[in-house]
Design a protein around this ligand. Structure first.
Ligand SMILES: [Zn+2]
Length: 207
């Protein structure tokens, strides 16, 4: 086998090679093969080829997770913070607001939520973003981070209005509900003077 350079092959051929490397006939287990093809469909062909080459020497037929893992390691594009994103703030994770009382979490899904003083408001990771940054977490199986989710709409709406991302808005919202629950009656940051000041400065900076 030619291990030098990159021959002109597509993902289908690379995955066929992967199976044949381990004496498996992809067309005798077509469902599994097709499932694997789907799971590598986003991987750059150069990267996939290298991953399959690396695994060619393994005695046991490597699970697809291993192919994905090697691809992630070999891929230059799975770092977080590679693209700007108004949903995850470029950290790849989607954040929600929760009310916690007696170790029970309740999701807060609206600014109309009536703040309660008998617990605490904080943020939590609800999944990973569908953007490039979120791909860094795609191999985190059996964990909430492995799941692609969208941020809550009230956070998206407020974030768009304020000119920042939904992750930052989740932190602003949690603070807002904490303040209200504590009887601190300053206007929520999202509508208040800070947002106005930031918008003003951003407007001036772009002029
Ligand atoms: Zn994102």
């Amino acid at each position: 086998m030619n291990g030098v350079g990159f021959p002109a092959v597509n993902r289908l051929e690379i995955m066929e090679r992967h199976w044949y490397n381990h004496n498996r006939d992809p067309y005798k287990n077509k469902n599994l093969f097709e499932d694997q093809l789907r799971r590598v469909s986003h991987i750059d062909e150069h990267v996939l080829f290298k991953a399959v080459e690396l695994l060619a020497g393994e005695d046991v037929f490597p699970k697809i997770k291993k192919v994905l893992y090697h691809s992630m390691v070999l891929s230059p594009k799975t770092e977080v913070g590679t693209v700007d994103c108004n949903k995850c703030g470029s950290n790849g994770l989607i954040i929600g607001v929760v009310f916690i009382k007696d170790n029970i979490n309740m999701d807060v899904v609206s600014y109309d939520h009536v703040p309660r003083p008998d617990g605490n408001y904080t943020t939590r990771i609800v999944g990973r973003c569908d953007c490039e940054n979120g791909r860094a977490y795609e191999l985190v199986n059996g964990n909430v981070m492995g799941k692609i989710v969208q941020p809550d709409q009230f956070l998206v709406n407020a974030a768009a209005k304020n000119g920042w991302d939904a992750t930052f808005e989740a932190n602003v919202a949690a603070q807002h509900f904490r303040d209200k629950a504590d009887g601190i009656d300053r206007k929520g940051l999202s509508d208040g003077p800070l947002a106005q000041l930031i918008n003003k400065l951003m407007g001036e900076a772009s002029e």
